[in-house]
Write a protein that binds this ligand. Structure first.
Ligand SMILES: *Cc1c(COP(=O)(O)O)cnc(C)c1O
Length: 495
């Protein structure tokens, strides 16, 4: 399987697409066609473990990787998850299921891909004959950074540097990153919001001068951000796995459609659901849930993507995003894979901060996607009401998706399609907000909030968060956004 750029420039192997991260022309790598999973193949995947299901889906795209090695890497990655199943599906009501993707080392769904990415990336480099040291640069709105650091710590031939907006992440997220262990890691806070942080990192990636200078030092850049196909591919697998779990527990008939509701920021997670559908998974609607930063809701409803708006900091910080990078991959598909059209839309976004779909393009988006958003008060209410009704504690991001589901069901009373809500973080990752929502108690200290939340819900506290309290803080630096490259050079030169 070959990969092409959404902006038309390149055609490369899967290994190259992953090693390189982003295409030379600034576009994103997409598979040249969607491999199909037939009904028979789906049936054959029912008895498989999560790791085997993941390897089977991944190998459809990454046929230049050895299947047995890939399977072994999946087994190793998903053995790090706490519940013995990396992506358990929990039934809370008739036709309503929670897909829990937060049992990994950092308690957010990013672990699903980032526990596997070190293998996909180093192997990808080896397959392409890249012998240099790989330097991963990551801009994070909170959860990616920690998951990437955990995934890559002490990996051979790789260094990783993570940048986060200085006041755009939760206390818990900051502490998780600041206490990161490992010899090959670095963490830097950047003054500004996530979009500014991400743009500053992207400038390093696209600068010929930076790249040439780093190469002289024996270093090549790569990204672990969600634009890397190596991030996207492992996410496709859990949509299949959720469907297979519904089949094996007789919740649905073979071929029956399922709706997925996804808390969305960069559009990576929900795009993986779209890819699964294009591979043949029976999907009804994809409910795209935003928080108060509702640029995607407006886009789906009107066909106009307009980032010229106020940026809000919310209690679901991993969705505080105005530029959803992975949307470019969807634009490529709905434009009929028209790279010139994608380039024009992306240019308009960069220059004017806005672009509009044609009526036909908008109709394609609306045929599958339904957009909604959840304000701060609604987030709190949803967590409270859902806990009252089902004794199921949700984190602030997942609550946005649940809220969108409730609205969707109220507006589409005739749609009885089963709904899977994608749970992207553990409630313990945002313990104060969840505790406040459930009990009305405003607890200042995160660890006290964890303790109280445990008492209120009886839900098990993830080990990695419980241990955090006693860990040494290693990284405290803050930098201006035009000083990032200088910090990268310092890190590269550090022995
Ligand atoms: C990253 C993240 C999201 C958003 O996912 P995208 O792939 O960027 O759309 C939602 N919830 C949580 C908890 C996250 O960490």
């Amino acid at each position: 399987m070959k990969f092409i750029s959404t902006r038309g420039g390149e055609c490369v192997t899967g290994a190259r697409a992953i090693a390189q991260g982003i295409a030379e022309d600034g576009g994103l790598f997409v598979p040249e066609s969607f491999p199909q999973v037939t009904a028979e193949e789906l049936q054959a995947m029912v008895p498989m473990s999560y790791a085997e299901r993941a390897a089977t889906v991944l190998h459809k795209f990454l046929d230049d990787y050895d299947f047995d090695e890939l399977k072994a890497a999946c087994e190793k990655a998903y053995a790090q998850f706490e519940e013995g199943d990396a992506a358990p599906l929990v039934r809370v009501d008739a036709g309503l299921y929670m897909l829990e993707l937060f049992h990994g080392p950092t308690c957010a769904f990013k672990d699903m891909a980032l526990t596997l990415l070190p293998y996909l990336l180093r192997k990808g480099c080896d397959l392409c004959g890249i012998r240099e040291e790989v330097l991963i640069l990551v801009a994070t709105s909170g959860d990616t950074g920690k998951a990437a650091l955990e995934g890559f710590k002490d990996a051979e031939g790789v260094k990783i540097m993570v940048f986060y907006p200085s006041d755009g992440v939760s206390k818990m997220q900051k502490l998780q990153m600041a206490t990161q262990e490992g010899k090959n890691v670095n963490v830097l806070a950047v003054r500004g919001n996530f979009d500014e942080c991400q743009s500053a990192v992207k400038r390093i990636f696209t600068s010929e001068q930076c790249k040439a200078e780093l190469l002289q030092k024996g270093v090549v850049l790569s990204s672990a951000n969600s634009i890397n196909f190596g991030r996207l591919a492992p996410q496709i697998a859990y949509y299949f796995s959720a469907y297979l779990d519904l089949l094996s527990s007789d919740q649905i008939e073979p071929g029956e459609k399922v709706n997925f509701a996804v808390p969305t920021g960069n559009f990576g997670n929900i795009l993986a659901a779209y890819y699964a559908m294009r591979m043949g998974l029976p999907v009804g609607k994809l409910i795209c849930a935003s928080n108060k930063n509702n640029v995607l809701t407006d886009f789906i409803r009107t066909g106009v993507y307009d980032k010229r708006r106020e940026f809000y900091k919310t209690m679901s910080p991993s969705m505080d995003i105005l530029i959803s990078s992975n949307l470019e991959r969807l634009l490529f598909e709905i434009s009929g894979r028209d790279a010139a059209r994608v380039r024009a839309l992306m240019d308009a976004l960069a220059k004017e901060g806005v672009y509009s779909l044609s009526d036909a393009e908008r109709a394609q988006v609306q045929a599958l996607f339904c957009g909604d958003f959840c304000g701060e008060d609604e987030t709190v209410e949803t967590i409270y009401e859902f806990f009252e009704e089902y004794q199921y504690p949700m984190d602030t991001h997942t609550a946005c998706a649940m809220y969108a589901v409730e609205n969707y069901r109220a507006r589409n009373e005739k749609d009885h399609t089963p709904v899977v809500v994608v749970c992207t973080a553990s409630p313990y990752k945002f313990p104060q907000d969840v505790m406040y929502a459930i009990t009305g108690n405003d607890i200042k200290d995160s660890f006290k909030a964890i303790k109280h939340l445990n008492i209120a819900t009886a839900m098990k506290v993830p080990k990695s968060l419980a241990k955090l309290r006693d860990k040494k803080v290693r990284f405290t630096a803050v930098a201006d956004k035009d000083k990032l490259y200088a910090e990268v050079l310092k890190f590269v030169d550090q022995k």
